[in-house]
Design a protein around this ligand. Sequence first.
Ligand code: PGA
Length: 248
Amino acid sequence: MNVIIRPDEQSVTDTAYLFVKDRMNRKRYRVLGLPTGGTPLRLYRALVEGHQRGDIDFADVHTFNLDEYIGLEGDHPQSYRHFMQVNLFDHINIAADNIHFLSGLPTDIEDECEAYEEAIVELGGIKLQILGIGRTGHIGFNEPTSSLASRTRDKTLTRETVEDNRRFFDSDEEVPRWALTMGVGTIMEAREILLIATGRSKADAVAAMVEGPVTAMCTASALQMHPRTTVILDEAAAAKLDEDEYYR
Ligand code: PGA
């Protein structure tokens, strides 16, 4: 695991942007795995600006998002599909057919998840998977006790994750309790992984991911077994790492 500690959120974004731009300018990195949430917002803004400057071209890029809430239509304002449209896809030259998303209202959950896995394989696999990390140590919605070999499927969200997502909804009752998510095993097949985390609330999860044992209680710790993972942190998210001097 390559751990990079930057002074603040802006420099995390700047470093992550340069990393993604570098990979996207290599021909074989045309299939991206993307996260939602508060953390990637600045990176998406930077990618849009990079695109507007002519530094990044999405013409033949395919994207696969990690997860989607069960029960929300793709045009629901709190759906992840909508989040991606508004924050990234509307502002770049990606072909609509190249945007791959799990449906929040699948007719059959198993078929939906299997088809998603197949679509990834058909395109030769995800080359760069971008991730955030939840307070529970989740990647995607792979909450604690998820199998580290899990594939795309439905998951129940933990109380902490529901609380964290509450800010985007008008009332408690509206926050979805279930989601479809790529599995840990699915994520681990990406050629390269970039995880970004900022803020004090992530410090425990980050320490467990980087320095803790590999355990289903922190699914991000599975990344210790991935051959090409880079983690970019701000000082606050890195605050509980014991070996921070070494990473620096
Ligand atoms: P956040 O979510 O970026 O909104 O903190 C991260 C995650 O849950 O993966």
